[in-house]
Design a protein around this ligand. Structure first.
Ligand code: 13P
Ligand code: SF4
Length: 366
């Protein structure tokens, strides 16, 4: 018989302190049966409970190695889907708030990518022979399955250059979705001329491109972006460098090409953290990535005399990840203590099988 779960209403009204105390109590009762995986953008009041933290690549690996019965994922929806697909069948992946999606991932869907593939077939013949589809891990499971089915692969911000090399070793062209900026920066670093990287606008026929543009392109970049990283501009870097000529700039590759080109370092969230932590005492940093990460890092390296500043003048947080708050975490964990599972993330097996092909290709290559 299905046991009714405790509703969220009773938890929504908890004060932060009460929610924190209930998280601690539930975790003590669950012990090793639950593991909390946390992305670096998670808010501080949730991040402090993490067993393990990481960028998307590290978290995918950690999920595949986890032994706990419950993988409680404090991140966004696509990350919990990866945890479900990479873990063992008896393990359960949970996202404390189902509204924690990724606006960039939502910019591509299977209907639009399938239409793109049909239109490419009309122009080029069978794209399976000519184009490697590469999906950023920030995408729904059915798009990873599409890549698995069509000889493609998944990439993350850490391994995108290696994956791009792999993709070109298979075929002459790459269709990169959903983040045009990560695709462009990666192609640019591999020496692909900008004019050979064209933007595919999924809301227009043939992506808004002529047949000639499609034939001449080496990389077709999906017209998608991250709402947080689009805030960072090259002008922010220029102004800051005038005041801090010896300062160092580090950005996430979801930022636009001008920001990446004018940064001293570009890399994933884990790379950003490790690079600044390894930096010399007394160094001054400007960082182009999400605010929760930047604030936490600034506090951590302050004792070494390092100064870490956020790139944009306005506040830009990942508002969807922010939805996972102590109240939702307390609700999720207390239900688990009672033997009830809320917000389980399950990818249907026919999709997961093909998505795993693309994910495992990625893990093998990187
Ligand atoms: P990382 O893989 O670098 O953690 O990036 C994930 C992400 O969504 C950044 O916006
Ligand atoms: Fe998605 Fe941007 Fe949030 Fe990363 S920061 S999870 S890309 S919306």
């Amino acid at each position: 018989m299905q046991v009714a779960t405790m509703g969220f209403d009773r938890f929504n009204v908890l004060s932060d302190d009460d929610a924190q105390a209930r998280i601690r109590a539930a975790r003590a009762k669950l012990g090793s049966r639950a593991v909390l995986l946390c992305h670096h953008y998670q808010r501080a009041d949730v991040y402090q409970h993490a067993d393990l933290t990481g960028d998307s690549l590290k978290l995918a690996r950690l999920a595949s190695q986890a032994e706990a019965e419950y993988i409680v994922f404090c991140g966004v929806h696509f990350m919990a889907e990866v945890a479900d697909m990479m873990s063992q069948p008896h393990q359960i992946a949970i996202l404390p708030d189902l509204a924690a999606g990724c606006s960039m991932a939502d910019m591509a869907n299977l209907a639009k990518v399938s239409r793109c593939w049909r239109e490419l077939t009309e122009v080029l013949g069978n794209p399976d022979d000519l184009i490697t589809p590469v999906t950023y891990i920030n995408s729904a499971a059915d798009l990873k399955a599409f890549c698995g089915e069509h000889g493609g692969i998944v990439c993350t911000s850490t391994n995108a250059p290696t994956i791009m090399d792999w993709a070109f070793a298979q075929r002459d062209k790459v269709l990169f979705f959903p983040d045009q900026h990560l695709g462009r920066w990666t192609g640019f670093k591999q020496g692909i001329p900008l004019e050979q990287m064209v933007v595919w606008d999924p809301d227009q026929e043939y992506g808004g491109l002529t047949a000639e543009q499609i034939r001449n392109a080496r990389v077709l970049l999906w017209k998608g972006h991250c709402s947080v990283h689009q805030m960072f501009q090259e002008s922010h870097i220029r102004r800051w460098r005038m005041q801090h000529p010896d300062g160092l700039v580090i950005s996430h590759p979801e930022s636009n090409l001008d920001v990446c080109r004018n940064s001293d370092y570009v890399g994933s969230t884990e790379y950003i953290i490790n690079t600044i932590k390894a930096g010399a005492p007394g160094t001054h940093w400007l960082v182009g990535t999400e605010l929760n990460l930047v604030n936490r890092l600034a506090e951590e390296v302050k004792p070494e005399g390092k100064v870490v500043q956020f790139m944009a003048p306005n506040v830009c947080m990942c508002s969807t990840m922010q939805r996972i708050d102590p109240q939702h975490l307390a609700w999720t964990l207390e239900n688990l203590v009672e033997g009830k599972v809320v917000n389980r993330i399950t990818v249907p097996e026919h999709e997961a099988r093909l998505a795993r092909v693309a994910l495992e290709r990625m893990l093998a290559v990187s």
